[in-house]
Design a protein around this ligand. Sequence first.
Ligand SMILES: C[S@@+](CC[C@H](N)C(=O)[O-])C[C@H]1O[C@@H](n2cnc3c(N)ncnc32)[C@H](O)[C@@H]1O
Length: 224
Amino acid sequence: MTTTNPGTGTDTDTGSTGDPYREVLREAFVRRYEDGADSWSEEPAMRELVPLLRTELAAGSSVLDIGAGRGRDAELLLAAGHRVTAVDLVRLPDWDALTSRYGDAVAFALGDFADMADGRTYDAAVDNGVLHHQDPAGYARYLANVRRRLRPGGLLAVSLFSTAEELAEGVLNRAEDGRLSRWFTEREATELLAGAGFTVTAVRTVRRELPGLAYLLVLARRDA
Ligand SMILES: C[S@@+](CC[C@H](N)C(=O)[O-])C[C@H]1O[C@@H](n2cnc3c(N)ncnc32)[C@H](O)[C@@H]1O
């Protein structure tokens, strides 16, 4: 894979796909990065997921970073000696520095994860802030896609929007730019992953600086 669009089945220059919500999501993220409004890239609570994954990750693992953004998690994984394939709807200049530094250990793909067609399976996948922005009607398909890309027993580390105080049930929000965000409860996250063929092995709530909000970090293994 190269840094330009290996195996994502989308337009190589734009990542465009034709699906209405996918376009809304892509355009919203393009705008956020262009405006320098990607606060998540430097948010300390966002960087707690990879350390949690590393507690169970074998040395020299292959990791798929879904919705890698600027590659902050990819960088942590590469620095720890893992190999990373990263995909995102938006191509970011930060990718070039990581490619120069880590060479063949890292590959970036522009496009929608749903269209990635590299045919590989990985030891682990990171989904840091991506699943909760997808259309809920597509969660099962999205997770089936993640599952297919993991070897049996492979690890999934996912960070989901949540609240500091547990809600009775999750909440779906829509931003002005049309981007969906779902707040999950621990029970919902566990059930969603179990239904998709994963066994949850660890759950951690990380409080955010934004009052009342948190990330729900979930580590799960692909069932055989
Ligand atoms: C909240 S940001 C998090 C970025 C990165 N994981 C991090 O930790 O900084 C979500 C990222 O997922 C990407 N994204 C959202 N849906 C995607 C999809 N279906 N396929 C690929 N990337 C996606 C967005 O472009 C954005 O960069």
